[in-house]
Structure formats: C-alpha cells, structure tokens
Design a protein around this ligand. Structure first.
Ligand SMILES: [Zn+2]
Ligand SMILES: [Zn+2]
Length: 420
C-alpha cells in the first residue's frame, strides 16, 4: 500500500511539472504574438494572445507584470515598443505566480533591463531556482499580502491568493479613464491543474485550505476591469475585437463574478472527488501503532496483583489528588499497556459480559487478546495458579485459543497462531 501511495504521489508530481514543459509547444495561443493595446488609463496589455503581460506606464518608468516563457520575450518587447514605450524603461518586474508560462522570461527581462524583481514570499524560492524551466532570477523585494508597489504615482496592491502556487498573487490597482476611477483586478490563478493533490498533499499540506481562502478573497474584491494571468480567464479572444468601441469590454464585473463562482465550483467538485477517494483507505496519510486498552475495575490494588501474578505485568498507580473519587493505574509488560480506572460507586460488570459467547449478544468492545506460544502449557500454568476460565481451549486448523477472566470478570483471549 505504501509503494502504491508513493507511486501516486510521484505520478502527481510529474503531472504538475508537465504542463510547463509540454505546454510550451502545446497551446498555440501561448506564443502567438498580438499587438500591444491600451486597457484603460496607464494600464496596457503587452502579452501574447493568451499569456497576459501587463505594463503600467508612469513618468518614472514602467512596471511589468509577468514575463511569459523565454521564447515569448521578443514578442513582449515588440508590443512594448509598438505602444511607444521603451523596454529599457522597465523599472519593476512582478509576476502572477511562479509557473514557467508567467515567470520563465523574467530570467531574461531582468538582466536586460536592470529592473527590480518583487515576488510574494511563498513563490520566491521557485523564482530564484535555477532548475530547468525556472527563471533563476534574484528577488530584490519579498512581498507579503497587502503590500503595495509604487512607482511614478501608480500603486499596485499584492493580494495573496494561494493554492495554484503557495505565493500566487492577484494584483489590484486603480486606473483613471475619462474622469472615471476603475478598479482593475489581475487574477493570479484560481485553477486546480490536472494532477494537483488536494487531499494528503505531503509537500503542500494546506493547499485545499489555501484555495478556500483565495475564493473567499476573490469574491470580496471590488472589480471593474476583469483581467488575469491568462487571456482565457477573462475571455480576451472575444473581447479583443470589441476594444476601441463606446464601451470597454474589459469592464466586466458580472463576468468576473461568474468566473470566480464557476472556478470555485470546479475546485469544490475536485476536492469532493479526492476526499471520497482518500476515504477508500489506501491514501490515509498517517501511521498507527497500538497503544493501550482501558478497564474500569472495582479495586485497582487487587487487579494489579492479579495481572502481576497471572500475566507478568508491572503496575504503577498514578499520583492522584487527595480525596479524589477516581484512581488511575498503568499495567505494563513490554509494549503492552493496560490502563486501570477505579471510580467510587461504579456499577459492577453485568454477568452477561463475563461469558464471551453470551457477551457477543451485546454490541461494543468485547475483549482483548494476547498472542502466546504453546497455549496448552500456558493454560496449564495459569490453571495451577487458580485462573478462572471463561472459555476453555478451542483448537482450529489455523489457531488455538481460550478465554480467561481477570479478577473483575473481563474476558482476555489467549491465542496461538499456527505457522506451517
Ligand atoms: Zn500556473
Ligand atoms: Zn498559467
């Protein structure tokens, strides 16, 4: 079962890594260059047909959000210059999240422009990584939820929307267009990629809780301009031909709310599916070792004496409060522990519970058992000491067993498994 679980985790890992590598040539819109265009105010789109890159133009230079894949950097540069801005004026670099389709090109743009790179804390290690497909770019400023990035009179607010990556960032800013102030929201990603492990995730244990927080936040953000890390999030394909008309198609608060609601449902559906699968037992993420059994007895001292004499346990009474109506003791032999309780006015064990066959007619925990070698010899020794039998020796092809009663009437099974 452990090997199977490891295989599943390993497989999930591969699937998580694959979209970046396979996708680099997988989706033609990712690398299809389109001319840059103005969104509103000083906010511009300079990405490819699907991989969104945003430029915020200020008198003190420009902010760029996302760098796409390395192969897309020339198209980004062309879009920036096509709008009349200078690539070299890029002063600050930001990302939506640390996946290659949004950050790999940062590894080129940063040394090209000398811009300062600012990344949400939980994605910093992935951005600085020099592993294949990673930008390997030094982060100059580590961001936290609600931090602001300011340049030339423009302010962007970083909102931590984790799950898709631990440091996934949704950017919010206000732009002014025609005397109207518009709230722009650039969604980092609410998507659960194929192969993402939401239940018993060993490298990202809080992933599901993070998605829940992300959806709660996205639902409360004030939105006029609905934007995101991929054009597909906000249906750029259909909106782009409508740009330049009387109404800006990117002003779409209803589309934003519908998108977030649909993505939340998709997350909840996947979480329910993975939770159900985990319940089948093979995917329990923790180990168990046997610990103890507890007995309520009429007299702790007598019970300790019985277990010491008959079964070789050692008893220790736990220090208690003076005058306490409850006494507790532990019986130990090897790694077996029996916890004993003696309560004033406790009711005695019913007669029916002292006979194993009869006791099965009542639901509940019935008895506990010890494995022994040479059961007939063990029983002979116990009988010589005066043990009370509850169920005498029964011989079967696979095991021999018998039940004895302790001094309080609890049934104890002694069992000997037969090996061939
Ligand atoms: Zn991603
Ligand atoms: Zn992406």
């Amino acid at each position: 079962m452990r090997a199977a679980l490891r295989a599943v985790v390993f497989l999930a890992w591969i699937i998580v890594l694959l979209p970046v590598a396979a996708g680099a040539q997988g989706n033609p819109d990712w690398h299809r260059a389109i001319p840059g265009f103005k969104i509103a105010g000083n906010l511009y789109y300079v990405g490819t047909a699907d991989l969104a890159v945003y430029l915020i133009a200020t008198p003190q230079g420009n902010i760029l959000i996302n760098g796409n894949f390395k192969q897309d950097v020339p198209a980004i540069r062309k879009s920036i210059e096509g709008l009349g801005f200078k690539y070299a004026d890029t002063k600050i670099l930001l990302i939506s999240h640390a996946h290659g389709d949004h950050d790999e090109g940062i590894g080129l743009i940063k040394p090209d422009t000398g811009a300062r790179l600012m990344v949400m804390d939980a994605d910093v290690a992935a951005v600085e990584s020099t592993a294949p497909g990673r930008p390997g770019a030094k982060v100059d400023r580590i961001l936290h939820d609600r931090d602001t990035v300011e340049l030339g009179g423009s302010t962007l607010t970083a909102r931590l929307t984790p799950g898709h990556t631990p440091g996934c960032t949704t950017w919010a800013m206000q732009v002014t267009e025609g005397g109207r102030t518009l709230n722009a929201v650039i969604v980092g990603s609410p998507n659960v990629n194929a192969g993402y492990v939401l239940v018993n995730n060993r490298t990202y244990p809080q992933i599901a809780a993070d998605y829940v927080k992300t959806f709660a936040l996205l639902k409360t953000m004030p939105v006029d301009l609905f934007l995101g890390a991929h054009g597909a999030y906000f249906n750029l394909k259909d909106k782009l031909p409508k740009m330049g008309g009387a109404v800006n198609p990117l002003i779409d608060p209803a589309g934003y709310r519908a998108y977030v609601a649909e993505r939340e449902q998709a997350f909840e559906k996947e979480l329910a599916k993975q939770t159900a699968e985990a319940r089948t037992g093979d995917a329990v993420g923790f180990d168990l070792a046997w610990n103890h059994v507890a007995l309520s007895v009429p007299n702790i001292a007598e019970t300790m004496a019985w277990y010491e004499k008959m079964l070789g346990f050692k008893g220790t009474v736990r220090p208690g409060q003076p005058g306490a109506r409850q006494q507790v003791a532990d019986l130990r032999r090897g790694n077996i522990t029996i916890e004993l309780f003696q309560l004033a006015d406790a009711a005695p064990l019913p007669e029916s519970r002292k006979n194993p066959s009869e006791d099965f007619r009542t639901h509940g925990v019935k008895h506990f058992g010890f494995e022994v070698k040479n059961l007939p010899a063990v029983l002979a020794e116990l009988k010589a000491k005066g043990v009370k039998m509850a169920f005498d020796l029964r011989v079967t092809p696979t095991e021999d067993f018998a039940f004895i009663s302790d001094n309080a009437g609890n049934a104890i099974e002694l069992i000997e498994h037969k090996t061939r």
